[in-house]
Design a protein around this ligand. Structure first.
Ligand SMILES: NC(=O)c1ccc[n+]([C@@H]2O[C@H](COP(=O)([O-])OP(=O)(O)OC[C@H]3O[C@@H](n4cnc5c(N)ncnc54)[C@H](O)[C@@H]3O)[C@@H](O)[C@H]2O)c1
Length: 431
């Protein structure tokens, strides 16, 4: 990487969230507002808490990332976004039931002032939801233009110098890559002719990029993972990142799978199941939305274990992923993993993981980091897919000729070395 000329983060940064009233968004906003008032620690946020080693080990330089990397400060963030329900963020958070009322009340006044703009929504793409707070328009192109207007107005009204758009809305139904996604001209034509190959999330992404905003895809939707969007982001010199926040069970997979592989232990089967009772769980109960998630979750193990190189260890792995909607658990997901592994002389062993996690508590710090890092990426002049942010995603986007990297630790090294390069420090090669 050549020397990078980073533009300083002057002025306010607008954070526009698609799915503003959902569990992840409201948890992200509340925690950030509390953190900047000194009422809570931003636990789980690497940009806020982690240190970075600079130089040789004997130099003993371990500053905090936020003290040496020119990130926007939390005080400069202004929140807004869209949802299909008109509830303000306080009401949305009360409905999501992730955070206690006593925690929400710490910043109630601020949360109540954040109200969603009308959503670009079509029920065909999220079958379990009915939207009342939506924009109208004859074509997807017209609706996309409305989202562009929203972004312009938000920026002007809140005096924001820059904006980042992040998708924290529901997972859309499975969509395969099609001819309409092959290049920008075809994509724009498909928007104008209202093709079913254009999902609402794609219209948001197109609008965001057209308004100069980096776009982050937190769900497994295809959205920016198509040649047309790679083309648009390159033309406009803007970064895009996705897909699907790497939080609970898949984060554990990307820790355990590399551990087995580095020790050359074999794997026969990996069964993962979850119970989840929030609205995300309800949406994923629809087979078409689950298919999008399943594809995202399944790809992980194979890319880490490389069965082609190790057929005797990983050539015949039975991998199954289940998500069960179970309302009593709300956002407090429980994920069970059973691994059938084998060792010396093919003797079988088992590994069981029971992760009683909280989905939105794990996702919120990722949202904060990604918003700050994508704003940084834009100020560094980075465009297209941000491979260095694969660390944050279950199904990191990659062009067909690039092998994806899913191993959490390799992703972490790439992430930190990119930060070092951005600030003009030498990457660490651990030799
Ligand atoms: N929490 C995690 O650990 C995690 C991890 C990876 C991915 N995700 C993804 O993040 C997303 C959000 O999860 P959540 O638990 O907050 O879900 P949620 O159902 O609580 O929130 C989603 C919100 O999006 C809104 N919405 C749906 N379609 C919309 C549209 N077209 N425009 C605007 N708003 C729209 C819904 O009304 C809802 O308020 C989901 O897609 C989920 O799969 C979450």
């Amino acid at each position: 990487m050549d020397n990078i000329n980073v533009i300083e983060p002057n002025g306010k940064l607008g954070v526009l969230i698609v799915g503003l009233g959902g569990a992840v968004s409201t948890t992200f906003i509340t925690g950030t507002l509390c953190a900047r008032k000194g009422l809570a620690l931003p636990i789980g946020s690497i940009t806020q808490l982690a240190t970075i080693r600079l130089g040789k080990r004997e130099e003993n330089r371990f500053p905090k990332i936020k003290d040496v990397v020119p990130l926007a400060s939390l005080d400069e963030l202004v929140f807004g976004g869209w949802d299909i329900f008109p509830d303000n963020v306080y009401e949305g958070a009360m409905h999501a039931e992730v955070l206690k009322k006593s925690d929400l009340d710490l910043v109630k006044d601020e949360l109540e002032l954040i109200k969603p703009m009308r959503a670009l929504f079509e029920k065909d793409y999220v079958k379990r939801l009915e939207g009342s707070w939506v924009i109208s328009g004859d074509t997807k192109w017209e609706k996309m233009l409305q989202i562009r207007e929203d972004i312009k107005e938000f920026k002007a009204k809140n005096d924001c110098k820059r904006v980042v758009v992040i998708w924290c809305a529901s997972t859309e139904t499975y969509m395969p890559l099609s001819d309409a996604h092959a290049d920008l001209a075809k994509f724009e034509e498909a928007m104008k002719s209202n093709s079913h190959d254009i999902a609402p999330s794609m219209c948001y992404a197109y609008a965001a990029l057209s308004e100069g905003a980096p776009f982050i895809m937190g769900a497994p939707n295809l959205t920016v993972d198509i040649p047309a969007m790679w083309e648009l982001s390159d033309i406009l010199n803007l970064p895009i990142a996705g897909k699907d926040f790497k939080t609970g069970q898949t984060m554990m997979k990307t820790v355990i799978a590399p551990a087995l592989k580095t020790r050359m232990l074999g794997l026969e089967g990996w069964f993962s199941t979850n119970i989840l009772g929030n609205r995300d769980g309800e949406v994923l109960d629809d087979p078409d939305s689950f298919k999008t998630k399943e594809v995202s979750k399944l790809s992980v193990i194979e890319s880490i274990l490389q069965p082609d190189l190790y057929p005797e260890l990983y050539g015949d792995v039975y991998h199954k992923v289940r998500i069960n909607y179970y309302p009593p658990r709300k956002d407090n997901k429980e994920g069970w993993d059973n691994l059938d592994i084998f060792g010396w002389m093919h003797y079988p062993m088992q590994l069981k993981i029971d992760f009683l996690c909280r989905d939105s508590i794990l996702a919120a710090p990722l949202c904060l980091d990604l918003v700050l890092l994508m704003d940084l990426a834009k100020r560094c002049g980075f465009s297209g897919i941000q491979y260095w942010l694969s660390f944050y995603f279950k199904s990191p986007m990659h062009k067909p000729d690039v092998v994806p990297e899913n191993d959490l630790f390799i992703q972490y090294i790439k992430f930190k070395n990119t930060l070092r390069t951005i600030i003009g420090e030498a990457p660490v090669d651990y030799l």
